[in-house]
Design a protein around this ligand. Structure first.
Ligand code: ADP
Ligand code: MN
Ligand code: MN
Ligand code: MN
Ligand code: MN
Length: 344
């Protein structure tokens, strides 16, 4: 007997990497349920912007696996890191750098919840946009109900079920401010887990929508003008921030550390391609070139939820990352900046 393993990896497309996958048939005794280690595999890096044609082989190293909700049964999804043939991380492999930083600050027990916003398209238009025109202005769509406000709920429900069947730590979904725009949240989980699972949830989003003949995009500003962009608000805490009595002091230390010296720019320029198109200061964003933080403030770079101020402990929300951010990068930067400051 055999089973199917869908090997997923992140390619070298610029400026925003995308997901690739291919199927490996494995013998039943190679299943991780039997304690077996999944085999490494290879691919043509010259077709994914990860190699030149004359030395094209790249290595897929399995790092996490999940039940495959699309195929079902014993079949699995296998998330991989990309390595060079000397078994060192390929230049496009941002996971390896996160693993190092997460390990270095491991005793601070960082956890993350990421809010992934995205937009469905049918052909060249967002789902729900009429042919050759625009729908009614924003206002009623966010968390709406009814065929005049909601576009793509069947896809969203199927995606949610697929994520749950895969065992992903999805914590919720909601319809967003623009028609055809939605959000799901992954976490709270450790830096590597939240990032791995967000990439797998993205793959499941594209794969689920494929069966409905709809596409999903992480474009941070899919419609120009007075329409909301798509972000990936990144909620973050360390044990010190989550636990009293000095939780709030730790939260302020983290917020301040993100504003120091070159930190605002170091972060923003790695928070997803096209960030200046989305962080305009309008549509619940702070301008990309001005760092700020505040309680309950959805116009700040970093928000401290009101409940967190009231409890004197909890987490912060970095509102800057674009929908197309690499979660391995945003979690690495937040752990690196905030945990280094909290260590002092
Ligand atoms: P918003 O009000 O910004 O839309 P959401 O409910 O969409 O908030 O997302 C909040 C996210 O924060 C969720 O993914 C949740 O799991 C996560 N979260 C909650 N508590 C913590 C915490 N202590 N540390 C990190 N993330 C957290
Ligand atoms: Mn071939
Ligand atoms: Mn949200
Ligand atoms: Mn949102
Ligand atoms: Mn949010």
């Amino acid at each position: 007997m055999t089973f199917k393993a869908e090997y997923l990896w992140i390619d070298g497309t610029e400026p925003t990497a995308k997901l690739r996958s291919k199927t490996k048939i494995l013998a039943a005794d190679q299943h991780p349920a039997h304690g077996a280690e999944l085999p490494i595999w290879g691919f043509d890096g010259s077709s994914t912007n990860q190699a030149k044609g004359h030395a094209s082989d790249r290595v897929l190293k399995p790092v996490a696996h999940y039940p495959d909700p699309i195929r079902g049964g014993e079949d699995i999804l296998v998330l991989c890191e990309v390595l060079d043939i000397d078994m060192t991380p390929h230049a496009s492999n941002t996971r390896a750098a996160l693993a190092e930083v997460a390990e270095r600050f491991g005793d601070q027990e960082s956890i993350f919840g990421i809010e992934q916003e995205y937009t469905f398209f049918k052909g060249a238009r967002p789902l729900g946009f009429p042919e050759g025109g625009f729908p009614a202005a924003q206002g009623g769509y966010y968390c709406g109900v009814g065929a005049d406000e909601i576009f793509g709920r069947d896809v969203v429900e199927a995606h949610l079920d697929n994520c749950l069947k895969a065992g992903l730590g999805i914590s919720g979904i909601n319809a967003e401010v623009m028609p055809g725009q939605w959000e799901f949240q992954v976490g709270p989980l450790s830096p590597l887990e939240v990032s791995d699972q967000l990439w797998v949830a993205r793959w499941l989003l594209y794969r689920t929508a494929e069966d409905f003949d709809v596409t999903a995009t992480l474009d941070p500003k899919p419609v120009k003008g007075d329409w909301n962009g798509a972000g990936a608000h990144t909620n973050f805490s360390t044990r010190a921030m989550r636990e009293g009595p000095d939780g709030y002091a730790a939260i302020i230390t983290a917020c301040e550390s993100l504003g120091e010296g070159s930190k605002p720019m170091d972060h923003v320029k790695n928070y997803g391609a096209g960030i200046d198109d989305r962080l305009t200061g309008l549509h619940e964003t702070a301008p990309w070139n001005e760092y700020s933080y505040g309680v309950s403030d959805r116009g700040a770079s970093v928000r401290i939820p009101w409940q967190v101020e009231k409890d004197g402990k909890g987490y912060i929300e970095d509102r800057r990352p674009n929908a197309n951010v690499d979660p391995y990068v945003v979690t690495r930067l937040l752990v690196d900046t905030c945990c280094a400051a909290l260590e002092k």
